[in-house]
Ligand binder design. Structure first.
Ligand code: SF4
Length: 118
């Protein structure tokens, strides 16, 4: 299998090609630096993303609180994590970086507040 991947690690946006099957990578082309090569391999084997979203609050003036994951989550579990976020509501006060959901979907990654709520 061959996949074209655009590197998002820096603004240069190098276009890379990865060949292989499953976790066995046989060729990576088009990267300019080691970080890009590692990104391409990760994208090919198991794409991961930082999840950014919002959760409901009990505040009438601030009904939504911005949140994000404190690490990268496998892309194929993001929808399941979003369902958890949709059913989550927080009560004030919340400080930035407070843990909102611990170990979301048993990933070992926490969802933390990106903002505060008085
Ligand atoms: S391969 Fe390196 S130089 Fe190219 S976009 Fe990725 S990080 Fe930037």
């Amino acid at each position: 299998m061959k996949r074209n991947i655009i590197c998002t690690v820096c603004p240069m946006g190098c276009r890379m090609t990865v060949e292989g099957e499953g976790t066995n990578i046989t060729k990576v082309e088009g990267f300019t630096c080691k970080r890009g090569e590692e990104y391409a391999k990760q994208e090919f084997v198991c794409p991961v993303r930082i999840l950014t979203s919002t959760v409901k609050t009990d505040s009438a003036s601030t009904p939504l609180l911005p949140v994000r994951s404190d690490g990268k989550l496998p892309k194929d579990i993001i929808i399941k994590c979003m369902e958890v976020l949709r059913s989550t509501s927080v009560k004030a006060p919340v400080k930035s970086h407070d843990v909102i959901i611990e170990n979301i979907c048993d990933t070992g990654i926490n969802i933390i507040a990106s903002g505060s709520l008085e």
